[in-house]
Design a protein around this ligand. Structure first.
Ligand code: ADP
Ligand code: MG
Length: 338
């Protein structure tokens, strides 16, 4: 075959592979957009595990009619203007890839209205092809529907698990988002049933209670530390509620749920003398870090971060945890061998 530049649609479909792996990735991108839009209430609704239907409704700033088609172009974003802005970016999004990716691999319907316009508009785009743009009455904010994920890429659709499994991934993700933003009221509806509803009253413990129940909530110790580089606060579980896996180790940086080897090690080393081997603690830690100390642009999923002066962060977190655990006069659990 002769060398050719790929057409936009093909490029978008390939790029979508990096952003959209499964329904939960669509829900993640859309909810992050809603958060970036300043929403105080977000509802996520799915049917068929999100494969058939995803609807995210927010009361954020909305998208202007004239900017709508632009929002669906690849690398179009209102959040940064140049690579320099990456150093100080504080929004969850900034790559401008989500809407174009989702529209490339599903059937999208979007209704949006900004506060300063009298009417809203409805935009439809399927497999990257614009279908319609019309005026409609709508409340302020955005409703984004994605139907039939991977309808035009059967090979990728085959890799999806059952609706139940995909739905469980969505539920996990929405819980993480609710935990990372206690100031936003978050609701999850699965097959017309209410699965989660947080009040948005800023109280992290209330959300932990809603998601994990009374027994876990009763075994929590509050922690907080403030340094020049960062501030951290939240709750850590007593060793009595330790687990056999890391699913309970949660931490958020600037409102973003992430995974970090450095933070995991700081936490686990902090617990070391209180914990049996192969047991992992419950933690719910919110970090606020000055953007110049982190690089979030490591991977498209933005799940990985790089830290400047990670050593200091490690020590501070480790000591904070040791301090909280020792302060409560817990009996250290020693490993019994032989
Ligand atoms: P990014 O979030 O990286 O900027 P996206 O493709 O996710 O890129 O979104 C493109 C743009 O569309 C955003 O920069 C934002 O201006 C606008 N947008 C997307 N979703 C919403 C929303 N729910 N409310 C308001 N604006 C939105
Ligand atoms: Mg985005």
């Amino acid at each position: 075959m002769p060398i050719q530049v790929l057409d936009q649609n093909t490029i978008n479909q390939i790029a979508a592979g990096e952003v959209v792996e499964r329904p939960a990735s669509v829900v993640k991108e859309l909810m992050e957009n809603a958060i970036d839009a300043g929403a105080t209430a977000i509802t996520a609704e799915i049917r068929e595990g999100g494969i058939g239907f995803i609807r995210i409704t927010d009361n954020g700033c909305g998208i202007k009619r004239e900017e709508l088609p632009l929002a669906f172009l690849r690398h179009s974003t209102s959040k940064i203007r140049s690579a320099e802005d990456l150093l100080t970016v504080s929004s969850l999004g900034f790559r401008g890839e989500a809407l174009s990716s989702i529209a490339a691999v599903s059937q999208v319907e979007l209704i949006t209205k900004t506060g300063d316009s009298l009417t809203g508009c409805r935009y439809q785009i399927e497999g990257g092809q614009e279908k319609s743009l019309e005026e409609v009455g709508a409340p302020d904010g955005t409703t984004f529907i994605s139907r039939n994920l991977f309808f035009n890429t059967p090979a990728r659709r085959k890799f999806l698990k059952t609706a139940a499994t995909e739905g469980a991934h969505v539920a996990d993700l929405v819980e993480k988002i609710a935990l990372s933003h206690p100031e936003i009221s978050i609701r999850l509806i699965v097959n017309n049933q209410n699965k989660l509803h947080t009040s948005g009253n800023h109280n992290l413990k209330d959300i932990i209670y809603t998601i994990y129940g009374r027994e876990i909530t009763a075994e929590l110790l509050p922690v907080s530390v403030e340094t020049e580089m960062f501030q951290v606060s939240g709750f850590i579980g007593k060793p009595s509620i330790a687990r056999g896996n890391r699913n309970f180790e949660n931490y958020f940086i600037n409102g973003r749920y992430i995974k970090s080897g450095l933070i995991a090690k700081a936490i686990e080393d902090g617990y070391k003398s209180y914990m049996m081997q192969h047991k992992y603690p419950f933690t719910m830690l919110h970090f606020t870090v000055e953007p110049e100390y982190i690089d979030v642009n490591v991977h498209p999923s933005k799940m990985e971060l790089r830290f400047k002066d990670g050593e200091f962060l490690y020590k501070t977190v480790c000591q904070m945890i040791q301090g909280a655990l020792s302060g409560r006069e817990l009996i250290p659990q020693v490993e019994i061998t032989g």
